[in-house]
Ligand binder design. Structure first.
Ligand code: ZN
Length: 250
């Protein structure tokens, strides 16, 4: 009797596993049907984003797309931004195509008369914006939104050098929650190239107020390698400048 009972529970356990597996597969399929798959190479790569879905059309038809190639310092007007960044609680998530920190409310940056509240920070290897055609090995995009709903992204370029302690905190806490000293992650001089652009991932929505800080911060070769190992190459190529000029904030 005992043996039979054991066999039965074994079968029941197997059946339960199978049921769970099936539920997972169905969910994955439903997820795929809802979300159009895009990637950084092949048929679903950046050149084809605009054709993958009607929702992504702006990736192809937009005239104010990001990233762009930035001119040498001194050849473009820049703006000084001020930050209200300290140590902020964040959930660190490996999203596959990027590593992202979702921040608790409270941090912000100000450019001109506009204050943008920090939502999240994510990264790209190599950098998406280039400067006179040169890319950096890593960039952090701090995504903000103003009270009026305008998106403002602060881009921090990284060159290889000394390890970045705040970046290490993020790397050590992927999948968890931690306090991140945001201010310590940035270079000391916050003079930025400022121009109107877009999200650099589908749906490539425009109306994003870009601020790319001219002076790079540093990250160690090991930190850059660790991030690239998780995210692979996740930089959209530079887009045409079209009629835009890089201007100071009003
Ligand atoms: Zn980004």
């Amino acid at each position: 009797m005992r043996k039979i009972a054991l066999i039965c529970s074994g079968v029941a356990a197997l059946a339960l596993t199978a049921c769970t597996q099936q539920a997972d597969d169905t969910e994955a399929k439903a997820d795929k049907a809802d979300k159009v798959v895009w990637d950084y190479d092949g048929e679903e790569g950046p050149e084809n984003w605009g054709d993958l879905s009607a929702e992504f059309a702006t990736c192809k038809t937009g005239t104010q797309q990001s990233p762009i190639d930035l001119p040498a310092r001194g050849e473009a007007k820049t703006v000084d931004v001020t930050t209200n960044y300290g140590s902020q609680s964040a959930k660190i998530v490996d999203k596959g195509y990027t590593v992202q920190a979702d921040f608790a409310e409270g941090a912000s940056f100000t450019s001109g008369d506009t204050t943008f509240n920090l939502l999240q920070m994510h990264m790209h290897t190599p950098s998406e914006h280039t400067v006179t055609g040169k890319s950096y090995p890593l960039v952090a995009h701090f995504v903000h939104q103003s009270g009026e709903g305008e998106f403002g992204v602060l881009g921090i370029l990284f060159e290889e050098g000394e390890a970045n302690a705040s970046l290490q905190t993020i790397l050590d806490n992927v999948g968890g929650e931690t306090d991140v000293d945001i201010a310590a992650m940035l270079p000391s001089a916050l003079t930025a190239y400022n121009y109107p652009g877009s999200l650099t991932t589908p749906p490539c929505s425009e109306g994003v107020n870009w601020h790319v800080v001219a002076s790079p911060a540093t990250a160690s070769a090991e930190q850059i390698e660790a991030l690239n190992g998780m995210m692979k190459n996740n930089a959209r190529p530079v887009q045409p400048l079209n009629e835009r000029t890089l201007t100071a904030a009003e």
